[in-house]
Design a protein around this ligand. Structure first.
Ligand code: NAD
Ligand code: UDP
Length: 332
């Protein structure tokens, strides 16, 4: 193995983003360890990698310490969909905080570079729009999204404290809504919900009046940015926003999914869950400047690729990660 090939740990490596990252790292020849407890994913996402000599899967919960010898760590382990991260809020906090402590401890012991997959959720209900990294956010500390938002905020704090105290080589990226093939069909996030609903003739469920906005980034673009950040050797550690600045209302998204699938499904309106942010759009000036990165795939093209993926999977092969729905606690 040449010296440019590394031993790389990807926590949450069987998930939506993690499996795409593992693909790239394995194809570059790195020795990849994918660690996952398969809470919101299935081996389906990494089945094609399982026989490869430079890929290894470890079923492990990152809230427990693990001893490995690696050169780099991508810390992605955490349920990303509100439906599933709210199912066991305490476990979500543990995954974010104890998970961060465990990967940081591991990185410190072996001198590895470590990247944290943070989130636009750390901005909460933003009062600054679009959101630059310098904005400190507007987060409810006691709401139903807090286990995730505050967990991720605390993880960022831990990363920067390990950097200050132990000179640990860290990278922090703040990911805005990303979509694409290998999202779990029962993930509960808006893109997968709308596509599965459209393809199976169910009503598309808009929460609220559909005027809330999100900015959607195609997975290939996001993984490019994530790897560029990890491989940046110019002293830039972040945090850096990674996302697509194109901003859409959920009503626009639903209409686009109907158009691209040719579905005759109807749109229905359900109550909006509490603390659901009204608007979200990344300011990516820093990523453009420091990483020379910007997304290339327009929403329409990315959705078309995602729809193709959902057309060829068999829904019967997937189990629901949890029994929760966005409206479980509303009794709907
Ligand atoms: P995902 O749910 O598909 O993947 C997360 C993976 O982490 C799953 O495979 C899950 O089984 C695993 N996991 C959860 N808890 C774990 C634990 N305690 N121990 C080990 N593994 C555990 O979600 P994703 O979209 O791939 O997100 C990956 C990361 O990126 C997450 O940290 C998420 O917070 C972050 N992120 C994603 C987005 C997005 O839009 N996709 C946006 C912001 C941040
Ligand atoms: N949403 C929706 N219908 C769905 C799922 C989600 O209208 O079936 C809305 C949700 O209320 C939110 C937006 O879509 O305003 C994005 O939700 P998602 O769970 O994908 O991500 P997040 O809220 O974490 O950005």
């Amino acid at each position: 193995m040449s010296s440019s090939l590394k031993r790389i740990l990807v926590t949450g490596g069987a998930g939506f983003l993690g499996s795409h990252l593992c693909d790239r790292l394995v194809s570059q020849g790195h020795d990849v360890i994918c660690l996952d407890n398969l809470f919101t994913s299935q081996k389906t996402n990494i089945r094609h990698l399982l026989g490869k000599p430079n890929f290894e899967f470890i079923r492990h919960d990152i809230t427990h310490p693990i001893w490995l010898e690696v050169d780099e760590i991508y810390n992605l382990a955490c349920p990303a969909s509100p439906v599933h991260y709210q199912h066991n809020a305490v476990q979500t906090i543990k995954t974010n905080v104890m998970g961060a402590l465990n990967v940081l401890g591991l990185a410190k012991r072996v001198g590895a570079r470590v990247l944290q997959a943070s989130t636009s959720e750390i901005y909460g209900e933003p009062t600054v729009h679009p959101q630059p990294e310098s904005y400190w956010g507007n987060v409810n500390p006691i709401g139903i999204r807090s286990c995730y938002d505050e967990g991720k905020r605390c993880a960022e704090t831990l990363f920067f404290d390990y950097h200050r105290m132990h000179r640990l080589d860290i990278r922090v990226i703040r990911i805005f809504n990303t979509y694409g093939p290998r999202m779990h069909p029962y993930d509960g996030r808006v893109v997968s919900n709308f596509i599965v609903q459209a393809l199976t003739g169910q009503d598309l469920t808009i929460y609220g009046d559909g005027q809330q906005t999100r900015s959607f980034c195609f997975v290939d673009d996001l993984i490019d940015g994530m790897m560029q950040m990890m491989n940046n050797n110019e002293g830039f550690i972040g945090p850096v926003n990674l996302g697509n600045p194109g901003e859409f209302t959920m009503k626009q998204l639903a209409e686009l999914v109907l158009e691209l699938t040719g579905s005759t499904s109807k749109i229905v309106y359900l109550p909006r869950p509490s603390d659901d942010p009204t608007q979200r759009r990344p300011d990516i000036a820093l990523a453009r400047e420091k990483l020379k990165w910007e997304p290339k795939v327009p929403l329409r093209d990315g959705l078309a690729k995602t729809i193709e993926y959902f057309k060829q999977i068999n829904l019967a092969d997937f189990r629901r990660p949890t029994a929760s729905t966005a409206h479980s606690r509303m009794g709907l």
